[in-house]
Design a protein around this ligand. Sequence first.
Ligand SMILES: [Zn+2]
Length: 179
Amino acid sequence: MVNQYLLPPCPAPDSPDFPAEWAAGCFAALGLEGWRFGTDRATRRLGCCRPAEKRITLSRHFLAHYLSRDPELVRRTLLHELAHALAWERRRSRGHGSVWRHYCAALGIPGERATTRCEDFSPPCLPRSPRYALVHDSTGEVFRTYVSRPRRQPSRLKHCYIPGRKAETLGHLVIRTLP
Ligand SMILES: [Zn+2]
């Protein structure tokens, strides 16, 4: 039987404190000094623990998709990453071996596995957010968005227009990278 850590109560998924504030409370409760929580742009894994930077990140795409649909998955993923942080800080252990499993149990997620949260996880329904847009070069109006950079050559774009709005859009369409 593994002694369990006492963590701050997990806020409701619609609370603005979840998950960032809760993560900060967990770092404090676990004595993980200097550790910070953040988000990243990953689409092929849910969470990541970077011991060298003392940083735990969750994919912002994963959060956007799962925060309302499956907050328990978000909570478990954060605990999974906290177990990596503890395994590193206390035992200098990486990966999903016995040290990490010990800390998972101590964080209340016994039986946690690598495959559902980490590098090899590729959620089939995880939407990728658009990175590019077809916009009007002077008004900035967005007509279409794309996940990947469109193949269309900029030179050919000169001859394109939005159906029904030829006069105002012909020669004014450009592809821009979204922030
Ligand atoms: Zn992991």
